[in-house]
Design a protein. Structure first.
Length: 141
């Protein structure tokens, strides 16, 4: 966060007065998913000292963190918060950028989140039961 003295709850209240599309929980989740993503990327040696994630890197971290935290309910939780597509995460990120909670580079924009994943594939598919092989019974004689 760029300004550690600001109360995150107050920031969210301010944002939601201007843009009520997303629930409070979405902002807290995004902040936690960002922390998770940064830690994972550092472990993998992908990030330098700038701690900057691309939109696609953050989306992957969000996906993994959501599956870990909410399991098969992730898409339902997101829907409750008003999040139905990857672009919604971009909108939340840039709401936080506008309030100077997060930083960005000159190349970053909300459209970076447009070509993420399909929510059904990302959050439901991992929990679908596998198809069982069909066995043919021998014909009765």
């Amino acid at each position: 966060m760029n300004d550690p003295n600001r109360d995150f709850n107050e920031v969210i209240r301010t944002i939601r007065k201007e843009d009520p599309r997303y629930g409070r929980g979405a902002y807290f989740f995004l902040r936690q998913a960002l922390d998770y993503s940064l830690k994972e990327m550092h472990k993998q040696g992908v990030l330098d000292k700038s701690n900057h994630l691309s939109g696609q890197q953050l989306l992957e971290g969000i996906r993994l963190y959501a599956l870990d935290q909410y399991g098969p309910m992730a898409r339902t939780v997101f829907s409750h918060w008003g999040i139905t597509q990857c672009r919604d995460f971009g909108n939340i990120v840039f709401n936080l950028v506008e309030c100077r909670v997060l930083g960005k580079t000159d190349q970053d924009n909300p459209e970076d989140f447009d070509h993420g994943y399909n929510f059904k594939d990302a959050f439901d598919e991992p929990y679908l039961p596998g198809l069982k092989p069909t066995t043919k019974r021998p014909p009765l004689r």
